[in-house]
Design a protein around this ligand. Structure first.
Ligand code: SAM
Length: 342
């Protein structure tokens, strides 16, 4: 029996009050010298740098280190994205999609203009190196996916979340038909994707079919009926980053089985900090990100980062060949494009 657990976030999420109480608990036990060594800076210096950021002076407390860290968590709780991260320690279909949704970005820009944007949202959406890399990665996926849009092709997204990856491609040249398949373990994600697909179809009708199936990336065959040699493309963001090494190889094997010979797999992975392009990264924003994601939230993907070489090895172990790697500008979240041999 597949487990009900979702790898990407805690389904029985704690309340904001519980999350803030556990942040406070963790802060009481915090080993400051160890944190400062990891950050390569004193927390006092980070507090001074943060105070100079727009909105920070009003949103945060700077009286001492603990008050500062706790105020960062309280400020995160004012944001939909931050609240979900604090409570569920990962991202689901809806919160991930906020990063890629132009309408949501426009709302945040309006809030910025009228002064109501919270500090956390400014950081997460416009400054935080990891989330900037995530948005850039979305564009890199689009560039490698668009050329695979062809008459009669079968394209899948796993986990599809809201399926913006496939639904925002250009299908205007398809006249005979194409097949899009959204696969996710969370039925709520499939429902969200279905609604989004209907909105997109209403604006730009696509010649072809769009279907959704409950699917577990860790289950052989992916679905109850089993999927074999069905897709020309599987695109996958945001599941492997939560998996351990063995689970990654298992997941890649299942994707390999689901692809037709010659099919393409596009995925990405967060790499360790020693592989970053540090000359492209704002260090203070990275330090704030590290404090928020590691110390305050304990993000579930943090212990699962993998060197680029290891991801390539795991893809090869699962049977993929011709693996090409496309890093983002900061070198945080490279994209892997791999082929199933003919
Ligand atoms: C970070 S979101 C990414 C969603 C989408 N790919 C995107 O980029 O917007 C993670 C997704 O993984 C799904 N998920 C978690 N565990 C899964 C599993 N074992 N099999 C399939 N999907 C899973 C969640 O329901 C969620 O939609």
């Amino acid at each position: 029996m597949p487990s009900e657990k979702l790898q990407s976030h805690l389904v029985t999420a704690q309340s904001v009050e519980q999350a803030l109480a556990s942040v406070e608990n963790r802060l009481d036990k915090l080993n400051l010298p160890v944190l400062e060594q990891k950050l390569g800076s004193s927390l006092a210096a980070l507090m001074r740098a943060t105070e100079a950021e727009p909105e920070a002076r009003w949103a945060l407390r700077f009286s001492n280190e603990k008050a500062f860290l706790l105020s960062l968590a309280e400020d995160a709780a004012k944001s939909e994205f931050g609240r979900f991260l604090l409570c569920a320690r990962g991202l689901n279909w809806r919160t991930t999609d906020l990063l890629f949704d132009p309408a949501y970005q426009a709302t945040l820009r309006r809030q910025e203009r009228d002064g109501s944007l919270c500090f956390f949202d400014r950081l997460a959406f416009f400054a935080c190196p990891l989330f900037l890399a995530t948005r850039e990665r979305f564009g890199i996926f689009q560039r490698h996916t668009q050329p695979l849009v062809a008459e009669g092709a079968s394209l899948a997204s796993l986990p599809c979340g809201r399926m913006r990856d496939l639904l925002s491609l250009d299908y205007s040249r398809i006249v005979r038909g194409i097949r899009l398949v959204g696969l996710d373990k969370d039925p709520e994600a499939l429902q969200g994707a279905q609604i989004f697909a209907a909105e997109v179809q209403a604006q730009k009708p696509l010649h072809g079919t769009i279907e959704f199936r409950v699917s577990d990336g860790l289950r052989p065959g992916l679905t109850e009926a089993g999927i074999r040699r069905e897709f020309d493309l599987v695109t996958s963001n945001g599941l492997n980053i939560y998996l351990n090494d063995d689970q990654c190889v298992t997941f890649y094997r299942h994707v390999q089985e689901a692809l037709k010979p010659g099919g393409t797999f596009i995925t990405s992975h967060i790499v360790p900090t020693d592989e970053y392009r540090w000359d492209q990264i704002n260090r203070d924003h990275w330090r704030l990100q590290a404090v928020i994601l590691t110390v305050l939230i304990g993000a579930l993907w943090e212990p699962r980062v993998k060197p680029r070489g290891l991801v390539q090895e795991q893809l090869e172990t699962a049977g993929f060949r011709e693996i090409r790697v496309f890093p983002d500008a900061q070198g945080i979240f490279p994209t892997f494009v791999a082929k199933k041999p003919h």
